[in-house]
Design a protein around this ligand. Structure first.
Ligand SMILES: NC(=O)c1ccc[n+]([C@@H]2O[C@H](COP(=O)([O-])OP(=O)(O)OC[C@H]3O[C@@H](n4cnc5c(N)ncnc54)[C@H](O)[C@@H]3O)[C@@H](O)[C@H]2O)c1
Length: 334
């Protein structure tokens, strides 16, 4: 057994974190774990229903602040919507005079399938899940730049791989492009600002309420309840099993940039973009010209050849690795 005191603990003494949507679920656990490591925490949550449609469900942020304080930590509650990011960042600065970490966790899930999805529902989702991150980070960014330091995490979802909730999936894919672009900006400024992406999975109010809606929908269609994971698996998916990754990505010693990590039930994995070997499709009957659709049809093996491709760096803003682009230029010159 290792001696616990010999573990070099990740400390956040003197630092301030803002965790959005931290009144329950994943955000609550992120806030509690950061606070237990000495971080002062702004616990933001307006207390909405899981789909953002209904009004305030009570001051859940207060409960989290009370738990942190009872354990000897420091925290303040904030009840503004992430759509008004400037108010939340202002509250953090007023409370603690600095802001080192922003965990963009607040999110809603509108349950409509594509055929039922309305523009109102689409916009409500995008407003909170994507524009909310824009709004908070727009306000936090000048603080990060001024102190030449910051850690930012955005919360995506496995829905980004494709799911029956198009608005949610689109918003969760959107935050990846946003985080990659913020990392790009930070690199340009040569500042110690890191933005990373979390793809979590956990048994929370959101997943339970969404599950009930699906079951209700299936019942109306005369179908049995949706297949759910076995109870023992769900029991292992508590949201506290995700937060260790958030704490690591928030730490000053973590130099990860625009990485994407899955986290759920104590499982962690990193995702990476993969680019295939390049296909040059410009030759027809031995003559170079405009790219030819039939060459693309006939080049499927090359486009599926990831063994001879590369892994683009998120946040470098370029299409094609330097070596692939060199090949393009060499090809064009030949
Ligand atoms: N639970 C999962 O399996 C899972 C999977 C993938 C992604 N996520 C994402 O993780 C995040 C947390 O989800 P959760 O499962 O803990 O959900 P949850 O519903 O339990 O908690 C989300 C919290 O965000 C708050 N919130 C909603 N809109 C807000 C707003 N405009 N401003 C401030 N706070 C707001 C809610 O009041 C709620 O307390 C979300 O972004 C969600 O999309 C969750």
């Amino acid at each position: 057994m290792s001696d616990k005191s010999s573990i070099n603990e990740l400390s956040f003494e003197g630092q301030v974190a803002l965790v959005t949507g931290a009144g329950r679920g994943l955000g609550r656990e992120h806030a509690l774990l950061l606070a237990s490591r000495g971080c002062k925490v702004v616990v933001n949550d307006l207390g909405s229903a899981y789909d953002g449609a209904k009004g305030n469900e009570g001051r859940v942020a207060d409960e989290v602040v009370a738990i942190i304080k009872a354990a000897g930590g420091e925290a303040v509650a904030n009840y503004d919507s992430v759509e008004n990011g400037e108010l939340i960042v202002k509250a953090a600065l007023e409370a603690y005079g600095r802001l080192d970490i922003v965990i963009n966790n607040a999110g809603i899930l509108t349950p409509e399938v594509w055929s039922d999805l309305t523009l109102e529902s689409w916009q409500r989702t995008i407003n909170v899940n994507l524009t909310g991150v824009f709004s908070v980070m727009k306000a936090a960014w000048p603080v990060f730049v001024e102190q030449k330091y910051g850690r930012c995490i955005v919360t995506s979802s496995p829905a980004l791989y494709g799911a029956g909730v198009a608005a949610y999936a689109a918003s969760k894919a959107g935050v990846i492009g946003l985080a990659n672009s913020l990392q790009f900006e930070a690199k340009k400024l040569k500042l110690d600002i890191k933005c990373n992406i979390l793809v979590p999975q956990a048994d929370t109010r959101m997943t339970r309420d969404f599950g009930s809606v699906i079951d209700e929908r299936r019942k109306k269609q005369g179908k049995s309840a949706a297949r759910s994971a076995p109870a023992e698996v769900i029991a292992r998916m508590s949201p506290d099993k995700v937060s260790a990754m958030v704490v690591w990505l928030s730490h000053s010693s973590c130099d990860a940039e625009a990485t994407i990590h899955e986290a759920g039930g104590g499982y962690f994995a990193q995702l990476h973009w993969a680019r295939s070997a390049p296909l040059f499709a410009t030759e027809k009957d031995g003559v170079e010209g405009a790219p030819v659709p039939e060459n693309i049809r006939d080049g499927q093996d090359t486009l599926a050849d990831f063994a001879n491709g590369d892994m683009p760096n998120s946040g470098d803003g370029s299409m094609g690795s330097p070596s692939a682009l060199e090949q393009v230029f060499a090809h064009l010159k030949s």
